[in-house]
Design a protein around this ligand. Sequence first.
Ligand SMILES: CC(=O)N[C@H](C=O)[C@@H](O)[C@H](O)[C@H](O)COP(=O)(O)O
Length: 229
Amino acid sequence: MPPMTLQPLPRGLIVSCQARPDNPLHGPAFMVAMAHAAQGGGAVAIRTEGLADVAAIHAALSLPVIGLIKRDGRADGVYITPEVVDVTALVSAGAQWVALDATLARPETELRELIAAAHAAGVGVLADLATVEDAVRAVDCGVDALATTLHGYTPGTRAEHRGVPNLDLLARLVGRFPQLPVVAEGRFGTPQHVAAAFGAGAHAAVVGTAITNPREITRALAGAVPDSP
Ligand SMILES: CC(=O)N[C@H](C=O)[C@@H](O)[C@H](O)[C@H](O)COP(=O)(O)O
């Protein structure tokens, strides 16, 4: 069972401030600035990746931080907060919640260990999911909130990636698990998307690329420029 001291997951817009090493905005200085901008715009929490960015944003802002660590290279394809040591390190860095891959790709015993480690450290687990079946097991294992993050990014759902939010999955999670906060995440990029998420019963919506990734925003806009005749 989660401890009584678990921080509630804030209700509202959560901004994902993440930049991989190949991104010109990689590093805590840029991510703290992004987080400040997000706070100024009304974000209720920040989702961020890596110990340096978690620690810097936690130190600079009053908003709660949902932390994760991305590490590639596992045979099962699990890359969002793969190991128990990642959970404990994120908590030490200041994360109030940890986000982790809770899809069926991850072995159940491992998922249970990660959840136990988070709860022992007093933080909640946001389960990044791709399907309702993922969620059924994740809830049975004791996660504290559900997110649609990984729909379109797993082998079983990659073919369903449409470049738009999956409101159907969101609504099905809300209907099936009324006892848990359900977070809309993944390709929510306009006010209309966010309104639709809350219309479908979301507790919170996480927006990343559309706010904090100028290279991708530029790519999309540049792609709309017609070729010269
Ligand atoms: C699939 C995956 O690895 N998602 C990551 C999860 O932390 C991030 O790269 C996304 O930016 C985040 O989920 C927000 O989504 P979007 O950037 O579409 O608003």
